[in-house]
Design a binder for this molecule. Structure first.
Ligand SMILES: C[S@@+](CC[C@H](N)C(=O)[O-])C[C@H]1O[C@@H](n2cnc3c(N)ncnc32)[C@H](O)[C@@H]1O
Ligand code: SF4
Length: 391
């Protein structure tokens, strides 16, 4: 009997690409992202390895969103960027509708900004953290407040109409008045997007060591007041809060001007993504893989023709759904029940009914006819709320 050959169904291509650039001019005192100061030689070796890794995954990728994060991607030279653009063109990886590059204000020139824009980058996320000179110093930032203003102008001059500013609050030594001044200066700049995180004390950072040594204390009430101030001032300035720490111009009813970060929305909604570069994580076909956080090792493995994978895990469908629930609840609109069912195959109202009840009783959650969402207070404690959903 002539059996029909079994044809393997090609999975849908992944539409989201993250690239980790593991270099910084100098390490900030609070930061635990994998990055280090480096030589030009290592940067060139990394770019060659990155391009080889792009070649390995290109056939399974059709990027709609691209995000070069770090580290400091703008530390790469013009020549490096030209190599990356040429490779992405050759591999069919250009044409994303949103392409973000993270930038440190000390590492930008007009030439570089123009090159990025011409290469297809259409969104830049600039790490400002604070407009207060003493706090910038305290955080170990390489740039001055003036450089942040100047880089913003350079980006506008180069034609970028979608800019994000990163700010941090509850920095040791930061008063509510100093935070208000930074918020006023940031909103006056007129960026399309604002991200603002409370300082996280990451182990193995100088700031964490100072906290443990009793050099300062954490003031929870002040941090809460700063978060309230952030939400109020950003809203007043015309931003729409769409996630705990993220604010965008444009609204749901006018999607053509919606400036929320589509790349991050894909993470929070449990979408797949490829992550390239040292320390990057990928989530493809329900499996999560993580690369070595070591640039030399990353390059060696890629040079041997394999991706530099340190670990991989495949979660059960229910565990995956629980994680997806937890991530998506970071978004202000919460999880529409239908959408959640469609994405995960599980019904929030069945599997997590008791957990949602508990959050409602605590005043942290709210069940509407079509969705479940966290309240403003719940969003402030979203990490604790999220724990309830993990299976
Ligand atoms: C990779 S950095 C941004 C680009 C560039 N490296 C820079 O710092 O200018 C990503 C952002 O994460 C935030 N961040 C990093 N470490 C943090 C921490 N320990 N607590 C809170 N926010 C942090 C900062 O706002 C930072 O701008
Ligand atoms: S915050 Fe940005 S510039 Fe500072 S060390 Fe981390 S990645 Fe580098």
């Amino acid at each position: 009997m002539n059996a029909e050959p079994i044809r393997e169904l090609a999975p849908d291509p992944v539409t989201s690409l993250y690239v980790h650039v593991p270099f910084c001019a100098q390490k900030c005192g609070y930061c635990a992202f994998y990055s280090e100061a480096s030589t030009g030689e290592m940067m060139s070796r990394y770019v060659t390895a990155l391009i080889r890794e792009m070649e390995m995954v290109a056939s399974r990728l059709r990027p709609q969103t691209v995000f070069f994060g770090g580290g400091t991607p703008t530390l790469l030279t013009l020549r490096h960027w030209e190599q990356i653009f040429a490779a992405m063109d050759r591999l069919g990886l250009l044409g994303a509708r949103e392409w973000t590059v993270e930038c440190n204000p000390a590492t930008l020139s007009l030439d570089k900004a123009r090159l990025l824009r011409a290469g297809g980058v259409n969104r830049v996320s600039m790490g400002v953290q604070s407009f207060n000179a003493a706090l910038l110093d305290r955080l170990g930032r390489v740039h001055s407040r003036e450089m942040a203003f100047k880089s913003f102008d350079i980006l506008r001059q180069a034609g970028f109409d979608n800019l994000n500013l990163d700010l941090m609050f509850a920095i040791p030594g930061q008063t509510l008045d100093v935070w208000r001044e930074t918020l006023a200066e940031a909103t006056a700049l007129g960026s399309e997007h604002l991200s603002s995180y409370e300082v996280i004390y990451e182990e193995d950072t100088p700031l964490y060591a100072q906290l443990k040594a009793g050099r300062f204390a954490v003031d929870e009430d002040l941090a809460c007041a700063m978060y309230e101030e952030l939400v109020e001032r950003a809203t007043e300035a015309g931003f729409r809060q769409y996630e705990i720490a993220n604010f965008a111009r444009g609204a749901g009813r006018a999607p053509n001007v919606d400036r929320s970060c589509q790349h991050n929305v894909n993470y929070w909604r449990g979408g797949s993504f490829y992550g390239l570069g040292p320390s990057a994580t990928s989530y493809v076909g329900g499996a999560r893989t993580k690369h070595w956080s070591n640039t030399a090792r990353y390059c060696e493995e890629i040079e041997r023709g394999q991706r530099a994978i340190e670990s991989s895990e495949e979660l059960s469908p229910l565990a995956r759904a629980g994680e997806t629930a937890a991530f998506g609840l970071r978004m202000v609109e919460g999880w529409p029940f239908d959408q959640f069912l469609q994405v995960t195959g599980h019904d929030l109202r069945k599997e997590w009914a008791a957990d949602m009840d508990q959050l409602e009783r605590q005043g942290w959650g709210r069940a509407l006819p079509d969705r479940f969402q966290l309240t403003r207070q719940g969003l402030r404690f979203a990490d604790a709320a999220a724990q309830l959903f993990l299976r």
